[in-house]
Each structure stands twice: as C-alpha cells, then as structure tokens.
Design a binder for this molecule. Structure first.
Ligand SMILES: [Fe+2]
Ligand SMILES: [Fe+2]
Length: 172
C-alpha cells in the first residue's frame, strides 16, 4: 500500500485518495454497467420516489457505489469477488419497482414481487445475464421478508449495501 507523505498535509492526501477512489468506482460502474445506466428503465428510476428521501435511481447509484467499494476492501483481504456481477446486480436490483402503484396492490406485494420483476428487466437489458447475477437480484431483499439468503459473496455484498443505502435514504 502506498505510504502517506508527511511533507504534504494529511487532510489533503486523504481528500485526494478519496477522490481517486470515487473516480475508480465510477469508472468500474460505467465499464460494466453502461447498458443498464443508459436505459429507459434507469431514466424512469430517477422519476420514481423510493424510501423517504430518494428516487429509485438515486438509491440504485448509492447501492452500486457502496457495493463496489466493499469489493475493493474484500480484494485487499484476498477474497475473490466479481465486480461485473456486483455492478449489474446492484444497478438492476430495484428496477422492478418502477410503476409500483400500477403493478402491486400494496407495499407487501411490492416487497415480495419486485426482486423477480427486477430479474425480468435485467434479462432484457443485459445479454446472457449470468445465473449468479440473477440470484443477486432475486435475493437482494434478504434479510427482510421472505427473501432467501444470498448464495454468493457478491449477493451478500449487494444485500448489505442495499440495507446501508436504504437507511441513508430514510434517515437524513
Ligand atoms: Fe429492493
Ligand atoms: Fe434497494
């Protein structure tokens, strides 16, 4: 790991590293997720409110940013993790929520139904969507409701990032 330079202000170095990391994360999200980012569904996601203080789109980007950051940490710990699967999984996980008032009779129906609907949308947006990525999306609500627990490290990453982002969407 690159050492800190004590001739330079510590505050400035930390700020520069954070900025570099944000650029790296955003580059990874674009590299693997452009087909999803540049879709009508994602545009619609920014029009739909989600949680208390967010749209589906804003929440989705927060989940993707946090998920990729967790991947970097896991890789530093020599834990193998697929960043493409995490990017696609996080970007698609809640797209099934779009049009919720027409699709679902109530919040419980939405809670139970949107992961499967998100998988359907992901299949349309991504060529040959891997099974692993489908499972990330389908199981992302865990541990809430009847969702099955993640069956991969990538699924665990997205589920945790989703809960973390949701808390930030609800509590200012
Ligand atoms: Fe969700
Ligand atoms: Fe979510």
């Amino acid at each position: 790991m690159e050492k800190l330079n004590y001739g330079k202000s510590l505050h400035r170095q930390i700020k520069e590293r954070r900025e570099d990391r944000q650029i790296r994360i955003r580059n990874d999200i674009h590299l693997y997720g452009d087909a999803v980012l540049d879709s009508d569904e994602m545009r619609a996601a920014f029009e739909q409110q989600h949680h208390k203080w967010s749209t589906v789109g804003e929440h989705t980007i927060r989940v993707a940013l946090t998920s990729v950051l967790i991947c970097y940490v896991l890789r530093k710990l020599h834990i193998k993790v697929s960043i493409p699967a995490v990017v696609i999984g996080s970007l698609c996980h809640d797209l099934g929520i779009i049009g919720r008032s027409e699709k679902y009779a109530n919040n419980r129906e939405c809670l139970i139904g949107h992961p499967k609907d998100s998988v359907e949308i992901a299949r349309e947006l991504v060529d040959e969507l891997p099974e692993k990525t489908e499972a990330i999306i389908e199981r992302h609500m865990w541990p809430i409701g009847p969702a099955k627990r993640p069956n991969s490290i990538e699924g665990a990453v997205v589920s945790v990032a989703d809960k973390y982002a949701s808390i930030k969407d609800i509590i200012l």
